[in-house]
Design a protein around this ligand. Structure first.
Ligand SMILES: NC(=O)c1ccc[n+]([C@@H]2O[C@H](COP(=O)([O-])OP(=O)(O)OC[C@H]3O[C@@H](n4cnc5c(N)ncnc54)[C@H](O)[C@@H]3O)[C@@H](O)[C@H]2O)c1
Length: 255
């Protein structure tokens, strides 16, 4: 299998380093809008080469996007139209239903897949399964130290309480997590989001609460930052690598 990577930042670097050690991956093609980023990463990867997306597309089986929403809008259709699977990190790009449906239609026609790693949250598996029986309510509670908001809060302060659709507009830094959960569960209009500043915490945490016919779900993840980008959770990289391994592995664990 050959892999194309768009975006050689924190997550792209972690994925490329992991892919370099995966036997089934024979070649890794790197692209970044900043050529120094792809050049720097290429030096660390034995199987890597630098190519533009249009040039590596005929050579790869799977493309990993770890770049930006803009990159998804720029390349996703082309990738799927060429029949290649896409692993997509900038999931906030899928908020607009028309764009999401367009990609889904192409993927269906071309018999390829769009993989969305669970990213910086845990519990997506439970939400997917629970949804089959019906979920009454899903809530995401994101808690961050006050400095993440660039302000001082001396007490626990709920900054936002509403639906995901409004949360992603007011707090774009939270966009990927809210988008993944909404897509897995009840959609952007029916997923509740709370965003909290808490001087007691030192890490960003995401808690998912849900109940329905299945019972009650409560999952909380306290994230360590990515060593290469403090704004990115390390778990996001790990989930991207786990998704890549899942595509390769003949045994599929979890939904
Ligand atoms: N799903 C999740 O839970 C989750 C978690 C963290 C980050 N993300 C998203 O994943 C993406 C990557 O995150 P990161 O922490 O690695 O970011 P980063 O800033 O460390 O790296 C992004 C890299 O992509 C490159 N890039 C940007 N636009 C590009 C384009 N149009 N074409 C090619 N390269 C481009 C940049 O030059 C940079 O090198 C971001 O969109 C981020 O929002 C998702």
């Amino acid at each position: 299998m050959n892999l194309g990577i768009i975006g050689c930042g924190a997550i792209g670097t972690d994925v490329a380093l992991a892919a370099d050690k995966i036997e089934e991956i024979k070649k890794i093609y790197l692209f970044d809008i900043k050529s120094q980023a792809s050049k720097k990463l290429c030096k660390k990867i034995n199987k890597a080469d630098i190519k533009k997306v249009k040039d590596f597309l005929p050579l790869v089986d799977v493309v990993f996007e770890g770049a930006s929403q803009k990159a998804v809008h720029e390349y996703a259709e082309e990738i799927l139209n060429s029949g290649k699977d896409l692993i997509l990190m900038s999931v906030g790009s899928l908020i607009k239903e028309s764009f999401r449906c367009k990609l889904k239609k192409i993927a269906k026609e071309k018999n390829c897949k769009i993989y969305i790693p669970s990213g910086a949250i845990c519990g997506i598996d439970g939400i997917l399964s629970a949804g089959i029986g019906g979920v009454d309510e899903v809530t995401l509670v994101t808690t961050k130290p006050p400095e993440s908001f660039g302000k001082i809060y001396n007490t626990r302060t709920v900054l936002f309480k509403g639906i995901a659709k409004d949360a992603v507009k007011k707090f774009p830094a939270n966009i990927n997590v809210a988008a993944s959960l909404s897509l897995a569960g009840k959609g952007f209009n029916k997923t509740n989001v709370q965003i909290v500043a808490d001087p007691v915490v030192s890490r960003i945490s995401h808690k998912i609460l849900a109940h329905g016919k299945f019972g009650r779900l409560r999952v909380e993840l306290e994230n360590m930052p990515n060593p290469n980008n403090p704004g990115s959770s390390y778990m996001a990289s790990l989930s991207a690598i786990a998704t890549l391994k899942k595509i390769i592995d003949p045994i599929q664990i979890g939904v």
